[in-house]
Write a protein that binds this ligand. Sequence first.
Ligand code: NAD
Length: 262
Amino acid sequence: MLPASLNGQVAIVTGGAGGIGLGIARRLAQSGAIVALADLSLDAATRSAAVLDAEGLQAAPVAMDVADEAMVEAGVAEVVARFGRLDILVSNAGIQIVHPIEEYPFAVWKQMLAIHLDGAFLTTRASLRQMYRQGGGSVIYIGSVHSKEASRLKSAYVTAKHGLIGLAKVVAKEGAAHGVRANVVCPGFVRTPLVEKQIPEQARALGISEAEVVRNVMLRETVDGQFTTVEDVAEAVHLFASAGSSALTGQSLIVSHGWCME
Ligand code: NAD
């Protein structure tokens, strides 16, 4: 039995219907939180909330496109109205689209920045209002090793993920007076649908086999040739969410099997 350090707390996890987001939601709920799964796909969020419910955990689906201001405002308001508070925001929703820069379509660039950066800003803004009313909260952004390093073909993603570190630092400064902390978790490659999709795309773009993409592009710099897991990422999020110290703010934590070390 895990210690129930988040009892009575309410969390929103964006992109919580699947992949890393669902793993984070499960971990926070195992620690006692009520978790809203805010996702583009309400059907998928509803199914995932039912799965958590069957595990004896407390979860609720919320329809939200994080890049849509009205949907974010409505979704956060729905969670606060239903559960009476909001203690943790995990800004996790994200996508990946790869192209070399000279061919990167402008519309795709704008879509990438909208989901990753507008989404982080809009959900933060809506959540902070409630956290400030309560006098505390924890905002956690899912960055990436690409918040620290660059890779070919990922201009929009690398730009957006670096941007999250800047946003977290500003939220840490502005939020401190209201008891709000802000931090970033930076995962290495995790085998979710987002990464499965990239393997053949990168193989085509780089003219190498899929096995070489995994071995030589994704895992070459790790200390042990291992993918990071959803559970690895969820554990780091839980650490930031449950920290009983106002000192732990404005930080980024890399969880990547040593791919990136600082
Ligand atoms: P995923 O594709 O498995 O899941 C993403 C979830 O986000 C899906 O449920 C999807 O419906 C939802 N989503 C997409 N667009 C949305 C939007 N506009 N509004 C609300 N929900 C939306 O992806 P994942 O691998 O779990 O990635 C989650 C986060 O982790 C992303 O921010 C990603 O950049 C980051 N990340 C992933 C990896 C990795 O290797 N998988 C590594 C580092 C960082």
